[in-house]
Design a protein around this ligand. Structure first.
Ligand code: CTP
Length: 408
């Protein structure tokens, strides 16, 4: 690979082509050589001038232009990564059939580098058996077809079919170019993220400081390493590319979603800050101001303990613990006791800091000690939440293979 990795950005003819402009900008600005290969239909949505100006390169859109340079072979062979965003149902059907009736499909046949498709279409088209079969075939051949995000589609309807956020796609491309090994391929994992909200009226809730960033980093890292990922989230963050996101609000909703997704999963990582209590009563109308307001709380089920009770053989369960030391013991003493009580395989322990403290909650960095059920412990020094996420998956993978190393 040259100093500047070379990316072919294929753009198919869907309205989400306008979002590929942002993806192009992000990839170019982070030092990649990007050649845009739009289909004829894509050019009806976004013109060649936009692609050329932002990539700083001529737009390659015609199989019959500069034939003496054999562009479809040159582009495919020299690319370090091909990413097609948006990938329409039509484009995927043509790629699955091995057609080469325009420059983009011809490039796809000559590319020997990792290929990513980011589909975007209406839910009905995504769910159609023809599209499902094409996606399955492409995945079988090694193409990384990311799951479309859920949300508002073109027009009034909403559902699964949105192009993931360009920032998330750019992150995925960077991970692939960095050569992240697909060592979690074939694994199905569940991650929970965010702080739950326990409403006592339509406006107000009891919540906590968890941002969900560590859980999202875990989901992103697992997807980059080839796992099939379900993220059960109560956080207000953009869906990571290639991850199925189930949105929840309360602890009870999170419990139902996690327990359902955990069936048959190889690992469940409970990074969510699940509220221990919820209001006994949820009022239908907004509570009026008064000198005092009493909200009675009742305990929520412990999701991690339920997962442990229902655990199937080979499933690895990971808990998180935000702890503070006190008169009864230091952070690690409390954490060891929690690992035993919960019965999980790994417990990622953070010392809780105040707002502005470098670790935990709102920040982008974290440090932790991971306690293993076999007595080992692993220190993960202060670094990005992404680095911590990868380290956690390394330890999960060690549990799968039964190679838990001695205390580091
Ligand atoms: N957890 C859970 N269900 C709950 C509460 C917590 O599954 N109702 C999970 C969290 O996702 C986390 C782990 O349990 O992975 C530890 O959470 P924590 O709040 O530290 O522990 P608690 O069991 O709530 O104990 P305490 O608050 O008393 O320290």
């Amino acid at each position: 690979m040259s100093d500047r990795p070379s990316i072919v950005l294929g753009v198919a003819g869907g309205i989400a082509a306008y979002k590929a402009v942002e993806l192009l900008r992000r990839l170019s600005e982070s030092g990649h050589d990007v050649t845009v290969v739009p289909t004829g239909a894509a050019l009806r949505f976004v013109g060649a001038a936009t692609w050329a100006a932002l990539s700083g390169r001529p737009v390659a859109d015609d199989l019959w232009a500069q034939v003496h340079e054999v562009p479809h072979v040159r582009l495919g062979q020299s690319a370090d990564l091909v990413v097609v965003a948006p990938a329409t149902a039509d484009l995927m059907a043509r790629a699955a059939a091995g057609l080469a009736d325009d420059l983009l499909t011809a490039v796809l046949l000559t590319a020997r580098c990792p290929v990513v498709f980011a589909p975007a279409m209406h839910t009905e088209m995504w769910e159609h058996p023809a599209t499902r079969a094409n996606v399955a075939l492409l995945r079988e051949r090694g193409v990384l077809v990311v799951e479309p995000a859920e949300g508002r589609l073109t027009g009034a309807d909403s559902g699964q079919g949105r192009l993931p956020e360009p920032s998330e796609l750019a992150e995925l491309c960077r991970g692939l170019l960095a050569g992240t090994a697909p060592d979690l391929a074939g694994r199905r994992v569940v991650v929970s993220a965010g702080g739950t909200r326990e409403h006592f009226d339509p406006v107000r809730f009891l919540g906590n400081r968890s941002s969900g960033k560590q859980g999202y980093a875990l989901a992103r890292a697992a997807a980059a390493r080839g796992a099939e990922v379900v993220l059960v989230s109560s956080a207000a963050l953009a869906d990571p590319a290639g991850v199925r996101v189930v949105r929840v609000t309360s602890a009870l909703e999170l419990r139902d979603a996690v327990l359902a997704a955990a069936q048959g999963a190889d690992a469940v990582v409970m990074a969510a800050a699940v509220a221990d209590h919820r209001p006994v009563e949820r009022f239908v109308t907004k509570r009026k101001k008064g000198a005092r307001l009493t909200v009675e709380l009742v305990q929520n089920p412990d999701v991690l303990s339920e997962l442990v009770a229902a655990r199937t053989s080979g499933q690895v369960l990971v808990g998180f613990a935000a702890e503070t030391g006190d008169a009864d013991g230091d952070v690690l003493t409390h954490a060891r006791a929690k690992l035993t009580t919960k019965g999980c395989d790994l417990l990622v322990v953070n010392e809780v800091g105040e707002a502005g403290h470098p670790t935990g909650f709102e920040g982008d960095r974290n440090a932790a000690t991971v306690l293993s059920s076999d007595g080992a412990s692993y220190d993960i020094p202060l670094g990005s939440k992404d680095v911590l996420a990868h380290r956690v998956w390394d330890l999960v993978a060690q549990h799968w293979t039964g190679r838990v190393a001695a205390t580091s």
